[in-house]
Write a protein of this length. Structure first.
Length: 274
């Protein structure tokens, strides 16, 4: 009887252990699944988070340039942004308040590292429309100043602004009208520059023509000088045949001696008389 009871107790203990181990495994499994779900939820929520808000929060930590570029790339990859959408999001994050004050302070340094082509510039212009749109939006009145600040700090180029200004976008209509003084000034400046370039080209062409004419005149003068030199040049003389030398008749020695003696006597000074 005692043996039977001992065997039953040992069996119960073994069963209890088995049940406990199974429960532990089940609990561990449930915990792992819950942790995995929480982790994946956090990751997905981070990816689904508003990219602009995510950048605003990151910029608030005052990161260095390298860290900011890394975060921008992460946002770009997570959101599936192209260059235009990335530039738009970064512009909104950097200048959503105090646009002019902030760009005057940073000179658009962070933005210029992302805005490297016309497509990215279109993203910046889209962000300007986002920030300035609305009938009662106070930023609408300073939209021309915002564009000029972006232009002066080499974030936006002249061609991109004028191309944007020539569009008939309904969403950008109010901003285009408010920014018209700046875009008109930019258009006039471009036309004046084109006129100056044309004048410079015309002046260069005239100078080249004058130089060509001067060279032609110099060549003609050189040819005339050469022709005149050939006309004045004396003709070579024919060699004269040598003539035989004439022999002088020999004089008589006596006559020569007499004449010489007479001449010598006559040439001698006469003595003075006492």
């Amino acid at each position: 009887m005692m043996m039977t009871m001992m065997m039953m107790l040992s069996g119960l203990l073994i069963l209890q252990r088995l049940l406990l181990s199974r429960e532990k495994k089940a609990m561990l499994s449930e915990t792992s699944e819950l942790a995995a779900k929480l982790l994946s939820t956090n990751i997905s929520e981070e990816k689904k988070a508003d990219p602009v808000e995510r950048l605003i929060q990151f910029i608030a930590t005052k990161p260095n340039d390298d860290s900011l570029l890394v975060e921008i790339q992460k946002v770009k990859n997570d959101a599936g942004f192209d260059e235009e959408a990335t530039a738009r999001a970064l512009t909104l994050a950097l200048y959503h308040v105090d646009f002019l004050k902030r760009i005057e302070a940073d000179k658009g340094a962070s933005l210029k590292k992302v805005v490297t082509n016309e497509k990215a510039q279109n993203g910046v212009l889209a962000a300007v429309v986002d920030l300035c749109s609305g009938k009662d939006n106070p930023m609408l009145k300073i939209s021309a100043h915002i564009l000029k600040a972006l232009y002066d700090n080499d974030v936006l180029e002249e061609d991109a602004i004028l191309s944007w200004a020539s569009t008939k976008s309904k969403t950008a209509r109010r901003v285009l009208e408010a920014a018209k003084p700046f875009t008109d000034w930019l258009q006039e400046a471009e036309e004046d520059e084109d006129d100056d370039e044309e004048e410079d080209e015309e002046e260069e062409d005239d100078e080249e023509e004058e130089e060509d004419e001067e060279e032609e005149d110099e060549e003609e003068e050189e040819e005339e000088d050469e022709e005149s030199e050939e006309e004045v040049k004396p003709q070579p003389k024919s060699k004269a045949q040598p003539q035989p030398a004439k022999t002088q008749p020999k004089s008589q020695p006596q006559a020569q001696s007499k004449s010489s003696s007479s001449s010598s006597s006559s040439s001698k000074p006469q003595p003075k008389r006492k």
